[in-house]
Design a binder for this molecule. Structure first.
Ligand code: ARG
Length: 265
């Protein structure tokens, strides 16, 4: 009988040693190089056909642009790690709502529709208006001159996209064509599939810088003034406060103006 008792005591002792070790027990804090979990980078979701805010080029998936430089500077200022994810524009807000992203930075107008009910926007970092882009040889004088036989394109889910769709519903144009990428909108303009593209002025200017031989603005700006802001998940005030603080530091230090000069001069 004694043998069994000794064996049982040995087994219990072995189990206790193993379990203490597994829980990092033994009393002493592990001082040498306790492994710090690497912080998981915050996911910034965007739609990268919106040069010069966010774009990719020559088959390289690296996202570049003003928004990337601005958020990188904010992250450095606030000690944050970011990774960028390229999605379709109309899935950006759902991505935050489904916890597939932490931040939206996409030249997104904070004043549009129900957006501010769905995510929390930060301070404004850029102001913009809409313009009508037409072919260089077009005689369309401006947005007021479009006729019911015409088709206008813009990007799905954007203020421009909503405008072309409402113009179609009001019978002002034959069709409001909403596409996933701005590059597709420009292509349809050049192919003659549409007679105009409604686009944010700084983005249209970037397109014209490289394509002034084939396109031009028609008339003056129209629609409501837009205020671009980054956004976080509803209620994430801790992250939003950090982003706003970083933006303020960029404005106060002149770094934001430096980036505006770099991308919009
Ligand atoms: N400013 C417009 C809006 O808020 C267009 C934004 C498009 N941005 C993009 N990265 N595709 O609806």
């Amino acid at each position: 009988m004694k043998t069994y008792k000794k064996l049982f005591a040995l087994i219990i002792g072995a189990v206790m040693i193993v379990s203490l070790t597994a829980c990092g027990g033994g009393g002493a804090e592990s001082t040498e190089g306790g492994s710090e979990e690497a912080a998981t980078p915050l996911k910034v979701v965007t739609e990268a056909t919106f040069a010069p805010f966010e774009f990719t080029e020559d088959g390289d998936e690296t996202i570049k642009g003003f928004d990337v430089d601005m958020m990188t500077a904010i992250a450095e200022d606030q000690g944050l790690e970011l990774e960028w994810v390229n999605l379709e524009f109309d899935s950006l807000i759902p991505a935050l709502q489904s916890n597939q992203g932490d931040i939206i930075c996409a030249g997104m107008n904070k004043l549009s529709g129900t957006r501010a009910q769905e995510v929390d926007f930060g301070e404004t970092y850029f102001e913009s208006v809409l313009m009508l882009l037409v072919k260089a040889d077009s005689d369309i004088a401006g947005i007021e001159a479009v006729t019911p036989d015409m088709k206008l394109a813009s990007q799905i889910g954007t203020t421009g996209g909503e405008m072309v769709q409402s113009m179609e519903q009001e019978g002002k144009i034959a069709s409001g064509v909403v596409l996933n990428q701005w590059t597709d909108c420009y292509m349809q303009l050049q192919n003659g599939d549409v007679q105009g593209v409604i686009v944010d002025k700084p983005v249209g200017e970037a397109y014209l810088n490289a394509h002034s031989d084939v396109a031009k603005f028609a008339g003056e700006s129209f629609g409501d003034k837009e205020e671009f802001a980054f956004a976080v998940q509803k209620g994430n005030t801790e992250l939003l406060d950090k982003l706003n603080a970083g933006l303020k530091n960029l404005k106060d230090s002149g770094k934001l103006q430096e980036l505006i000069d770099k991308w919009f001069s």
